[in-house]
Design a protein around this ligand. Structure first.
Ligand SMILES: Cc1cc2nc3c(=O)[nH]c(=O)nc-3n(C[C@H](O)[C@H](O)[C@H](O)COP(=O)(O)O)c2cc1C
Ligand SMILES: Nc1ncnc2c1ncn2[C@@H]1O[C@H](COP(=O)(O)OP(=O)(O)O)[C@@H](O)[C@H]1O
Length: 203
């Protein structure tokens, strides 16, 4: 069984690079989330710029069990990738919240938000990559193949004073993701051939 693969679609990446990099200077496309970074440190801005140059990123693999907190504690279920997929994403991809597109077993493509990191609120020991699709599946998805297209970055991961604050932050991520993904250059990525192709082994 092909357990985990990651595909970085260079063509699609190059196609978007020309649109995302200038948008750092023109807040119209991705201004909101980058603004949050400008207000912190200069080095973070550079890191965000470097990260954006790698988007979009396409990845896929089997959905495995996490800690089961997403649906029970947060009311926000997340589909977790195995460690092989987590490790094969670029190391320079900063931890934090992202948005993009996702599908399961080559089915319909849905908007999604994504968490990359150690979940400081829970102090996880392993890095995880977790996708919440903005779709009501009403069932678990373990063992099925998740494909994602990471389109943009929202914010760094952080700890929170309370579970309610963590949930509120993710809900805010979801609202932002919905808006950004309606923009034409981001919306078109939901039709990427990657979502219907057979997965090829890790490159
Ligand atoms: C969009 C998004 C943003 C997140 N941001 C944070 C964060 O800033 N800090 C944090 O500790 N966890 C964050 N999480 C991760 C949740 O804590 C995690 O999904 C939850 O613990 C469920 O994990 P599980 O799938 O292992 O049960 C985020 C999750 C999502 C989907
Ligand atoms: N909209 C959705 N987005 C992502 N995963 C979902 C969704 N709906 C159901 N699931 C599935 O729900 C199950 C439970 O999620 P969660 O509570 O986060 O557990 P885990 O920590 O094992 O991932 C997982 O199999 C997940 O794949």
């Amino acid at each position: 069984m092909e357990r985990a693969v990651v595909i970085l679609d260079k063509l699609a990446r190059n196609a978007l690079r020309s649109q995302l990099i200038p948008s750092i200077k023109r807040p119209s496309a991705c201004g909101n989330h980058l603004e949050r970074h400008r207000s912190t440190s200069g080095s973070e801005s550079k890191e965000v710029r470097e990260m954006l140059s790698q988007l979009p990123l396409f990845a896929g693999g089997e959905i495995v069990r996490g800690f089961g907190r997403g649906s029970k504690e947060l009311g926000i279920p997340t589909a977790n990738f195995p460690l092989e997929v987590v490790k094969s994403l670029p190391e320079s991809l900063p931890t934090g919240a992202y948005y993009g597109w996702a599908n399961v077993d080559n089915g319909p493509v849905h908007k999604m938000v994504l968490s990359v990191g150690w979940n400081p609120f829970y102090n996880n020991k392993e890095k995880s990559v977790e996708t919440h699709m903005l779709h009501d599946f009403n069932r678990d998805l373990y063992g099925q193949i998740l494909k994602i297209c990471i389109v943009g970055y929202l914010r760094p991961e952080r700890s929170f004073d309370s579970l309610e604050s963590l949930i509120a932050a993710i809900q805010a991520d979801i609202e932002q993701a919905k808006q950004f993904l309606d923009e034409e250059d981001k919306a078109k990525l939901q039709n990427a051939p990657f979502f219907t192709e057979k997965l090829s082994p890790s490159k």
